[in-house]
Ligand binder design. Structure first.
Ligand code: HEC
Ligand code: HEC
Ligand code: HEC
Ligand code: HEC
Ligand code: HEC
Ligand code: HEC
Length: 506
């Protein structure tokens, strides 16, 4: 049958074309099993000599590589035969192989010097070289070679189809100089390090599979459901580290690099238990990974980002002391801007001209946002004077530090020069000094359990809060990591801290 003559018939009967150019190009997609015609029987059929089905015959019946690339991986024909369907040699009733015809035109994944070299047969031969995916190897297409399945980095130093570049200067790890300290610290990961996380059982078939760090079970990552990654992240960031997949000398050194649970990764082994607690972003509909927008997560991806903590948006950490710049807290404030009650104005605002309005915050500046009435409960008044049932001797009248009777305590503390970021790096105070964003059992403001932060109601209905009697001694330990024991009940602290927040008396 003359293929060219037959094509219009196919089209007229609304059978879809079977040229290699169309759609997702697996030939099997183009087969029409019912009359009037079987597309594959006409185009690239298993038995045709002039238009063989490459997946079945590989041209000659010898062990070729179409099965590996088309059937197994699902590559488009166009990856290697870019634009070939419109070449004059296509559908000219001549076999398409042979020295006269160039069949192979690589797409942009394999720019020059990627090379297809045809060699006169028989047997029919030809080699590929300088390919993005196979590095410097020269590979015989029709021969019995199997490609040395090279280091992950050989192929993933490039974007491949929809998959982003993973290693190298534009990658996600240390080979990218704009990425400082992330999963697998320092340089780009080795194969073995990639395989701590990746299950390769269906490699290249379109699904990212990960390895449960304790059982090795395959975890399918579904990009449409970001929570699908939670069991993976938490399997390692738990109290027993990577019990099964570690390649290091201990379960806590899964990549044979940094040790989870030790400075600066002290928090690395308690994320899972914190995430399971009663009050946290888990209960607010968040998950580990996302872009920092509502209902997603805070960590950019499984590899690394240009922000600290693999975060999706900026947190300046350590944060310079005595300044307040919104962008230093961009991750928190950006997402919170979608929720009344937790916006930056709710946290740092006061009523301009009101009782809380005076310069006492970072660098002794005025609170930055003017709102109708103060919102944060993290506020304090020290001016009740005498005549009240609870006067200046009351437990909730603190050391009068800023000369301000009424203060927004968020504004007082932010960027104050009294914090050791990750227990080691001198820093201005940031949000996570007090808040456990992964979760806590303390119902008040997602504060670290270890702070023992409590609310109390007085007989007259006033309310105050206090650091409980044992915890102030621990403020200088993980996870609060204060530099000084400011709130120790005894000197040199300022005494056990408490904060009167209700009524606001603005
Ligand atoms: C990974 C690269 C690659 C992909 C993907 C690929 N091919 Fe090929 N194809 C080749 C190479 C290399 C040859 C050998 C060319 C030669 O011998 O001149 C070839 C040869 C052919 C031939 C002639 C030899 C034969 O087997 O009959 C046909 C027809 C062909 N390909 C069709 C397709 C179709 C249709 C698809 C998509 C379903 C496809 N190819 C996908 C690389 C590829
Ligand atoms: C700490 C665990 C971890 C390590 C180590 C790791 N990955 Fe990943 N990788 C993930 C996770 C989780 C995803 C899915 C989420 C995402 O896209 O980041 C992923 C996604 C990918 C993707 C898909 C990217 C895309 O654009 O969809 C590729 C490719 C990949 N990893 C390759 C590698 C290679 C190669 C290495 C080693 C150089 C490596 N990974 C190391 C966890 C890891
Ligand atoms: C010979 C080239 C090559 C090597 C070596 C290689 N990959 Fe891939 N990888 C690919 C291709 C091609 C894809 C599919 C890209 C696409 O079309 O989506 C892929 C896809 C992936 C994906 C996305 C999910 C999937 O499987 O479709 C992950 C994750 C991945 N590779 C991880 C790795 C890791 C880890 C290693 C090393 C152990 C590795 N790859 C080695 C070529 C390679
Ligand atoms: C196999 C164990 C393992 C898995 C799985 C794992 N991590 Fe980690 N993670 C580590 C180790 C170890 C470190 C310490 C950094 C290092 O060793 O390079 C770390 C560090 C981090 C850090 C701090 C990074 C920094 O820049 O300081 C974050 C954030 C993090 N992981 C989030 C995640 C998220 C989100 C996931 C799931 C997508 C995840 N981890 C999965 C082992 C793991
Ligand atoms: C991806 C979105 C998102 C990000 C990022 C985010 N949060 Fe939240 N956060 C929320 C939501 C949603 C709530 C609940 C708001 C509500 O109750 O309406 C919340 C509430 C809170 C609360 C109040 C808890 C309570 O009990 O009142 C604190 C404290 C908090 N977040 C701290 C932080 C800190 C600190 C950061 C930055 C490290 C941060 N959040 C980043 C979404 C986010
Ligand atoms: C010095 C400790 C400390 C720091 C630093 C801190 N907070 Fe708070 N925050 C608290 C306490 C304590 C509460 C609980 C108030 C209450 O319920 O009594 C709170 C409450 C909140 C709330 C609930 C609403 C409110 O204000 O009552 C949000 C939202 C919040 N903080 C976000 C943040 C963000 C974002 C940062 C960083 C920009 C931050 N906090 C820094 C201690 C702190």
């Amino acid at each position: 049958m003359n293929v060219r003559a037959f094509m219009p018939v196919l089209l007229a009967t609304a059978v879809f074309g079977c040229g290699p150019a169309e759609g997702p190009d697996a030939l099997t997609n183009k087969q029409v099993t019912s009359p009037p015609s079987n597309c594959n029987a006409v185009c690239h059929s298993a038995t045709s000599i002039i238009s063989p089905d490459p997946v079945i015959t590989n041209g000659s019946g010898s062990a070729g590589k179409h099965v590996a690339h088309v059937s197994d991986i699902g590559f488009d024909c166009e990856k290697c035969h870019l634009g070939y369907d419109s070449q004059i040699t296509h559908m000219n009733q001549q076999p398409e192989t042979g020295p006269a015809v160039t069949l192979v035109y690589f797409d942009s994944t394999n720019p020059p010097p990627a090379l297809w070299t045809k060699i006169q047969g028989p047997p029919r031969t030809g080699t590929c070289s300088n390919l993005a995916c196979h590095g410097t190897d020269t590979l015989d297409w029709y021969g019995t070679d199997t490609s040395s399945y090279q280091d992950c980095v050989t192929c993933h130093a490039y974007a491949i189809s929809s998959r982003r570049q993973v290693v190298g200067a534009q990658g996600d790890f240390g080979g990218n100089s704009s990425i400082a300290s992330h999963h697998v610290n320092g340089s780009d990961p080795t194969n073995a390090q990639c395989l701590v996380c990746h299950n390769q059982s269906t490699h290249t078939q379109g699904t990212v599979r990960l390895r449960h760090a304790d059982t090795g079970a395959s975890i399918v990552y579904d990009p449409a459901d970001l929570t699908s990654l939670e069991p993976f992240c938490l399997s390692c960031h738990d109290s027993n580290g990577a019990a099964l997949t570690s390649i290091g000398p201990s379960a806590f050194r899964p990549f044979a690099g940094s040790t989870l649970g030790q400075i600066p990764y002290l928090g690395g082994t308690r994320v899972a238990s914190d995430w399971g607690k009663s009050y946290g972003h888990n209960q607010k509909g968040l998950t580990c990974m996302g872009n920092g927008s509502p209902t997603t997560g805070c960590h950019a991806n499984g590899h690394g980002s240009s922000h600290v903590g693999i975060l999706a948006r900026n947190m300046t950490l350590p944060v310079p002391a005595d300044r307040y710049i919104e962008n230093d807290y961009d991750l928190c404030l950006n997402c919170h801007s979608s929720y009344t009650g937790v916006r930056k104005e709710d946290i740092f605002g006061v009523r301009f001209g009101g009782a809380y309005y005076r310069g006492y915050g970072p660098g002794f500046n005025f609170p930055p946002y003017d709102i109708p009435s103060i919102h944060t409960k993290f506020r304090d008044q020290n001016n009740r004077g005498t005549g009240y049932p609870y006067d200046n001797s009351s437990i909730y009248i603190d050391f009068w530090l800023w000369g301000a009777n009424s203060v927004n305590l968020h504004w007082v503390h932010i960027a104050l020069d009294v914090w050791n970021y990750r227990g080691a790096v001198p820093s201005g105070v940031s949000c996570t000094a007090c808040h456990n964003v992964h979760g806590t059992n303390n119902p008040y403001g997602m504060t670290h359990d270890e702070m023992g932060y409590q609310h109390y109601v007085e007989v007259n209905g006033d309310q105050y809060s206090q650091l409980n009697s044992i915890s102030p001694y621990l403020l200088d330990l993980h996870p609060m990591n204060c530099t000084f024991g400011c709130h120790k009940p005894v000197e040199p602290g300022f005494g056990q801290a408490s904060a009167w927040f209700e009524s606001a008396n603005e």
